[in-house]
Structure formats: structure tokens, C-alpha cells
Design a protein around this ligand. Structure first.
Ligand code: XMP
Length: 490
């Protein structure tokens, strides 16, 4: 049952984003530009932009997770791949930007150019430290893009023939300041500064690019060591403990236990298993769609509760099973049930930026997006061109769509695959327009959220939520069909 008063239940029942508009409030501010839209992902982790990219194989891999964190949000690397590969994607994000890369990737002397090229591509790096021998951690040289010969006759020669050897390499001390490192790199016109101790042991790497990025992105989501934050998804059974261990080892900041029906004993066992092995690691659990479900997740120890059953665009759950609650109602129910004791993440069903704002002022602290971020360069998958119209598109698909299930289990045994395909799909594959870089979308969302807060008469999202959350019905205008067509039909 609804945790609120009876008239509150009546107000929300059956309602979702397109059912309301927000009543504009008097504003005392001159500009919308400095409005803060920061919010809490968990009690301990804040986001400058309260947006999370879905753990779906057509939405979040390393590129998306990196872009999300750079813009102040966070990405959840999907689990539809091997444990090693998912951990490596997390590693790419964690190493990608910070003043000091504490554990730079190395290859041993003697590696061939072909292997080095593949290693650089797989890990998304453009300079590789070369150590004297595998595991020695002693610097022998640096192989940068510019040192790597063009494809051809040299592929099987060792990197030693092309790298800048230690004798000619400019290096820094492990405790060098960012300013000093920048000065040294400028003086020598170099892009990378390996950090070594007196015995030439590798102690870090600083790059010009990372220093510049750090300056440009003051609101980026970073951990206490200055690395971009990255989350990753695990399941609730099977190899999930092994997967979690590898993801945490790779530096994942939060784990998402993401299952279709989060209000279940399966979830309870999974949380107990993770807590038993990894203690207080931050866990975001879901999905649920009711107050009882939200309270259940809080009580079993979730650090954030993910809400949404069936609103997603690639989703057929409601059509095939009738399970679900309209998304804005679900958010409100969940919020009332846990009374602000744990942050709510709204997941699915966002089609326009106003939906994000409504989710945030009705109870969600953060909002997860799938289709809204798909179709971008940073989402996995290729751009396809329609031969007839020449319009560019990308694929977006539910994680239980037959296509995603097949690909996820590509390397599995045929029994595993048969078992998975026996469950009828609750997801589907669709084509979405190609939309360039996700940066433009994230900055548009930020701008629209700032404008919404300004219409609410406040200069921070936090202040507006404090004003509205006790009773959003005083701020929302329910729409008739005629009113909706005034808004939407152009
Ligand atoms: P949007 O609307 O942002 O939704 O595209 C993204 C969310 O959809 C959920 N999801 C699924 N739901 N079957 C479902 O019922 C699926 O196959 C599926 N795949 C993803 C998920 O919560 C995601 O964040």
C-alpha cells in the first residue's frame, strides 16, 4: 500500500511524467548559469550532475563511463561480457584521468610492436611504459604513439628497437607536484612524465592531457585519489562474487546489483554474499517499483535503491507480464516508504529532459538513462547507415532481448545458452538516430535542469527539492488530455 495519506495515494496512482507540469515560482536570481544541480548518489558519494548511464551493452562501456564521470555523472559498466573484460573496462576509466596515474600499464622489453599495438588499443592508451622484464617494475623506456612504426615490415620487431630508452627519458620523482610536472613537460616539450624512484622503480605517470582535462572539468566525478569514478554491474548469482572481486580490484567505486525483480530473496542472498566478502563496499540495488520493495532494499543494506519496473524503452516487461508501476508513482511511493533514509535512483522511461526534473523533485536523487544516451559515439556499437535514406543510426536493446542474451552468452556452453533462451524475452532491440558525442546531451540536460530549478525560484536543485519534496502535489499541475495536447502537439 501507498505509504502516504489516502488523498496522496489518489494523486499519484496511475501517474507518470507526462501527466504533470510544474507550476512556475517567483525567482530572485539574475542568471541560470551558476545554478547547482548536484545531488547524492549514496549518502557518501555526490554527483555534480545527477545522471547515471545504464548498465546495458548498448549504453555503457569504458568510453561512456569515462564521459559520464568527466561531466559530473557516473556510468555503470554492463556485465554482458567476461569478468576479465569488464574489469579491464573499469580499469580504463580509473586510469584515464588523474594528475598521477598510480599504476600505469607496462609491457616487458622484448614485446613485439604488434603485441604493443594491440595492448594500446585494448586499453585505450597512447603511451606504454616498458619495464626491463615482466613484473620487474623497473623502467626500461617509453613507447609512445610517435615511436610506433607504421603497419608493415616492423610488426614482429621488439619494442626495444623503437622506444625512447631510459637513458634519454625525462622522468620525475614520485612526489613531484602537478605544477612542477607541467613545467618539466613544457620545458622538454614532452607529453608524458614517468615517475620513478632512485632505483628506477616505476612509481607513476603524469600526462599533459590529463592535467589539461582536470582543469577543464572541475565538476568531474572523482574518487579521493583524483581518479574518475566508475561503477559496474554484477548479477545476483553464478559468478557474481568472483566478478565483484575482479571489479573492485580494478578500482570500481560502486557495485550495482541489477536484477529484473529486486524485491526478492535472490537479492537478499546476493547482498549478504557481497557484504560477507567485501564489507562496506557501496551497493546500489534494484529494481523495485513499490514502497515495500524500496524498504526491503534499504533494510537489507542497499546504499541506494533503484526504482523502475517496465518503463524502459527497450523493455517489454509490462506488455508480457503485466508487472510494473507507472514510473513517477513508483518514485514517489519509494521515496515516501524510505523517508529519505537512503537515496532513490529513478531508472527508465525518461524521454524528455523535463522527466528528469520531475523524477528529482518527486523523490529521486539521481536518474538513470538508457535510450536517452544511446546513439552516441561513446555508446558501444557501430553507426549504421540506412542505405535508402542515408540516415545514420545505432542499435539500442533491452538486456533481456534475444540479441543481447545471445551475445552475452556467446562464449558459454550450449546448455547455459539454451537455459537462458528458454526464458521468454522481456526486452527488444530498436534503432535510434545517431547523435554524435554524449557531451552535448549531458550539457543540454544540465542546462535544462538549471532552467527548471530557476522556474522553481531557487538557485540550487538541493534547495528546490527541500521545498518541493514534502508535498509535490502543491507544485504540480495534473494534465487533462486537452492540456497535454497543448504541450505536445505542434
Ligand atoms: P530507458 O527508458 O532510459 O530505460 O531506455 C533504461 C532501463 O531499462 C531497463 N532495461 C530493461 N528492462 N527488459 C526490461 O524490462 C530489458 O531487457 C531491459 N534492459 C534494460 C534498465 O533498467 C535500464 O536502465
Amino acid at each position: 500500500a501507498f505509504a502516504g495519506a489516502p488523498d496522496e495515494a489518489a494523486f499519484w496512482t496511475g501517474r507518470t511524467f507526462d501527466d504533470f507540469l510544474f507550476r512556475p515560482q517567483k525567482s530572485d536570481s539574475q542568471t541560470r548559469r551558476n545554478i547547482s544541480v548536484s545531488s547524492l548518489l549514496t549518502a557518501d558519494v555526490g554527483l555534480d550532475l545527477p545522471i547515471v548511464s545504464s548498465n546495458m551493452d548498448s549504453v555503457t562501456g569504458a568510453h561512456m563511463a569515462r564521459a559520464m564521470a568527466m561531466h559530473g555523472g557516473i556510468g555503470v559498466v554492463h556485465r554482458g561480457m567476461s569478468i576479465e573484460r569488464q574489469a579491464s573496462e573499469v580499469g580504463v576509466v580509473k586510469r584515464s584521468q588523474s594528475a598521477v596515474i598510480v599504476r600505469p600499464l607496462c609491457l616487458p622489453a622484448g614485446t613485439t610492436i604488434r603485441q604493443a599495438r594491440r595492448f594500446a588499443r585494448q586499453n585505450g592508451i597512447t603511451g606504454i611504459l616498458i619495464e626491463t622484464a615482466s613484473g620487474s617494475n623497473l623502467l626500461a623506456g617509453l613507447l609512445s604513439n610517435r615511436d610506433t612504426p607504421v603497419h608493415g615490415a616492423d610488426e614482429d620487431r621488439p619494442v626495444d628497437d623503437f622506444m625512447t630508452p631510459l637513458s634519454r627519458l625525462v622522468t620525475g620523482a614520485p612526489d613531484i607536484s602537478t605544477d612542477e610536472a607541467e613545467r618539466v613537460m613544457f620545458e622538454h616539450r614532452i607529453e608524458r612524465l614517468p615517475l620513478v624512484d632512485g632505483a628506477n622503480r616505476i612509481r607513476g605517470l603524469i600526462t599533459r592531457r590529463d592535467i589539461n582535462l582536470k582543469r577543464e572539468q572541475p565538476g568531474a566525478s572523482k574518487d579521493s585519489a583524483g581518479h574518475l569514478r566508475c561503477a559496474a554491474a554484477v548479477g545476483a548469482r553464478g559468478d557474481y562474487l568472483e566478478r565483484a572481486a575482479a571489479l573492485l580490484e580494478a578500482g570500481a567505486d560502486l557495485l550495482f546489483i541489477d536484477i529484473a525483480h529486486g524485491h526478492s530473496v535472490v537479492m537478499e542472498q546476493a547482498v549478504a554474499g557481497l557484504r560477507g566478502k567485501f564489507g562496506s563496499v557501496p551497493l546500489v540495488c534494484g529494481n523495485v517499483a513499490t514502497g515495500a520493495g524500496a524498504r526491503f532494499l534499504r533494510d537489507i543494506g542497499a546504499d541506494a535503491v533503484k526504482v523502475g519496473v517496465g518503463p524502459g524503452r527497450g523493455c517489454r516487461t509490462r506488455l508480457e507480464t503485466a508487472a510494473g508501476v507507472p514510473q513517477l508513482q513508483a518514485i514517489r511511493e519509494a521515496y515516501l516508504a524510505v523517508g529519505g533514509s537512503v537515496p532513490i535512483m529513478a531508472d527508465g522511461g525518461v524521454r524528455t529532459d523535463k522527466d528528469i526534473f520531475l523524477a528529482l523533485i518527486c523523490g529521486a536523487s539521481t536518474v538513470m538513462l538508457g535510450s536517452a544516451l544511446s546513439g552516441t559515439d561513446e555508446a558501444p556499437g557501430r553507426v549504421i547507415e540506412d542505405p535508402a535514406t542515408h540516415l545514420k543510426k545505432k542499435i539500442y536493446r533491452g538486456m533481456t532481448s534475444p540479441e543481447a542474451v545471445l551475445e552475452t552468452l556467446y562464449d558459454s556452453s550450449s546448455e547455459e545458452l539454451d537455459a537462458a533462451l528458454e526464458t521468454p524475452p522481456e526486452g527488444q532491440e530498436i534503432q535510434v538516430p545517431y547523435r554524435g558525442s554524449v557531451s552535448g546531451i549531458l550539457e543540454r540536460i544540465r542546462g535544462h535542469l538549471q532552467s527548471s530549478v530557476s522556474y522553481g525560484g531557487e538557485i540550487t536543485l538541493a534547495a528546490l527539492r527541500e521545498k518541493v519534496l514534502p508535498d509535490p502535489s502543491a507544485f504540480l499541475v495534473p494534465l487533462s488530455a486537452a492540456a497535454r495536447s497543448e504541450s505536445y502537439e505542434r
